[in-house]
Ligand binder design. Structure first.
Ligand code: BG6
Length: 541
């Protein structure tokens, strides 16, 4: 790192020698043989997720030669008139328009297109599964029987999860495999939301696990596929200087933020039922909390990592009707301005009730009741239509015990050291600390000017633009049977146990006046008051 130079705060730099190692997820650049021969069957062929995330990820994997040469996709959708060719055209157009595909290369697409097929059918209807079987037989004819591995991706609304998993089991497409090493393998990938509450998540888990073994079920939380989220564990446990400080003795509090500029867009119907707590807290934010707060696992195997995450989730103190009013706030976005453009308020979005009390923003204080974290608040916040798209974990250390500089004479108080893990954008890590401002020729004992500066590491600067998009990592992990970045059934339930009391209390006690925040702001005043009550302040990243 170079020393900071002119203005404050000042960014330093990190140069890195890229290395490929470790068994945590799949590293781009890993050899193609890692991926087994397999077919991906997508339910929800014409849906948004398939167009916006799944095919761009497959395209990228094809571009990097990470797919097995016989890899194939069978997309199942409800449009009977669609053919293989017309579906390929539809996907090609989506890829050309996609922000995730930086340079569309027709040669790459032709390779993937030749292995992309369509089956028209209603996934609620048993006959669709006969058609899927027939098409799979055609597509996989050049593979040996033990190579006919398949994964079934449920990119559909949760209301049809249950029906599809039953049909997959009854049709024999996904037989229960007691042994993880059985070949050919059959896996099921389930998108979030996994359940709508603790009770429904338990029911869904019970159903899924009555049909398949846990090792066949890949529950997605796409945040876990993000490079920087995976890096939290590497940062914590591959360095020795931070871990001794990673506890209540040195850390004053942790702020976890997932802020979005976008509103609910075309998802008003889903969002009205979900709200920000189910949509973002139950999964993404609690995963970030778990990775930040967990104990070191004995190894990086999927179960060792997930065991530690479950332990920390189980140590989170439950919110109660008595503590919720002082521990959590909710609000909805009102009209405002985003990037200089006026935008509408939540209640005026399509498919949103005029009297809706669904929160689009929430902030909450959680405590982890264990030896490491006792008394350290973890503040979580997330909202749509906030000032900036940013997700980060900010770990704030205690202020020095005795202040010789700053504060005393009315000047700015010293800023406590803060370590920020930036999940997105500008992925990286920064550490702020105080330095003496050069030049003041006054004796140290009288007045010394102090200013905060930052040591800053960015992935882009250190490694170039190599970060793999989340879905690329996750799809490859399904193909190689790597489950670390997927949620286990007990983990999903542990997260619901934390979230359920809050959503239930709020739903049973709708506010007389829903607090609002202007679109483009950093949330409601109530969120500032929540954290100010502890003497802290939200960061404005
Ligand atoms: C999804 C939520 O899980 O995550 C969306 O359903 C949200 O509402 C999205 O917009 C945010 O993901 P990202 O990767 O853009 O931070």
């Amino acid at each position: 790192m170079t020393a900071p130079t002119t203005t404050h705060p000042v960014a330093g730099h990190v140069r890195a020698t890229p290395k490929v190692s470790g068994q945590y997820g799949v590293v781009p650049g890993a050899p193609a043989e890692q991926a087994d021969p397999c077919t991906m069957v997508i339910f929800g062929a014409t849906g948004d997720l398939t167009k916006r995330k799944l095919f761009p990820a497959l395209y990228q994997l094809a571009a990097e030669h990470l797919l097995h040469p016989t890899f194939a996709v069978l997309a199942v959708g409800r449009e009977p008139a669609e053919t293989d060719d017309s579906y390929r055209e539809r996907i090609r157009a989506a890829l050309v328009d996609s922000d995730e595909v930086k340079h569309f290369d027709d040669e790459v697409w032709q390779r993937l297109a030749a292995r992309t097929f369509y089956a028209g059918g209603d996934a609620n209807d048993g006959s669709a599964y006969d058609l899927i079987k027939r098409r799979l037989a055609e597509i996989e004819h050049q593979r040996e029987p033990h190579e006919c591995n398949r994964f079934f991706y449920l990119a559909v609304p949760p209301s049809v999860f249950e029906t599809i998993v039953r049909h997959l089991s009854e049709s024999g497409l996904v037989p229960r495999h007691a042994d993880q090493h059985e070949r050919p393998w059959a896996r099921v990938v389930v998108e979030k939301p996994f359940g709508h509450s603790l009770e429904t998540a338990k029911e869904l888990n019970a159903l899924v696990l009555s049909l398949f073994a846990e090792h066949q079920v890949y529950r997605i939380d796409h945040y876990l596929g993000k490079e920087t989220v995976q890096n939290v564990l590497v940062f914590r446990f591959a360095n020795s200087i931070f871990e001794p400080l990673w506890n209540r003795a040195h850390i004053s509090h942790v702020q976890i933020t997932a802020a979005e500029e976008v509103g609910v867009e075309a998802r008003g119907k889903y969002y009205e039922e979900a709200g920000v707590v189910r949509d973002m807290f139950q999964n993404h934010l609690l995963q970030l909390l778990a990775l930040t707060g967990m104990e070191p696992p004995p190894s990086m195997t999927a179960d060792a990592v997930r065991d530690e995450k479950v332990k920390v989730l189980k140590s989170i103190r439950w919110l109660t009707p008595e503590t919720i009013p002082s521990s959590a706030v909710r609000a909805q976005y009102a009209p405002g301005t985003i990037k200089g453009k006026p935008v509408t308020g939540y209640r005026d979005e399509p498919d949103v009730a005029k009297e809706s009390t669904t929160p689009t923003f929430a902030a909450a204080r959680f405590y982890i009741d264990n030896w490491r974290w006792q008394g350290v608040p973890f503040y979580l916040r997330s909202g749509k239509r906030l000032g900036k798209r940013v997700s980060e974990i900010a770990v704030q250390f205690h202020a020095p015990p005795h202040l010789m500089f700053g504060g005393a004479d009315g000047s700015e108080p010293l800023q406590p050291n803060t370590l920020v893990m930036r999940v997105q954008p500008n992925e990286g890590i920064s550490l702020s600390f105080e330095v003496k401002v050069p030049g003041a020729a006054v004796a140290m004992t009288q007045h010394v000017e102090v200013a905060p500066v930052e040591m800053d590491f960015t992935y882009a600067e250190a490694f170039g633009e190599t970060a793999a998009p989340a879905y690329e990592t996750l799809l490859l992990d399904v193909m190689i049977g790597e489950m670390t970045l997927f949620l286990r059934s007990d983990e999903v339930e542990a997260a619901w146990k934390i979230i359920d009391p809050l959503v239930c209390f709020w739903e049973q006690h709708p506010p007389a006046h829903m607090p609002t925040y202007a679109a483009g702001s950093w949330g409601p005043a109530e969120a500032d008051q929540l954290i100010a009550a502890d003497g802290a302040k939200w960061r404005e990243p």
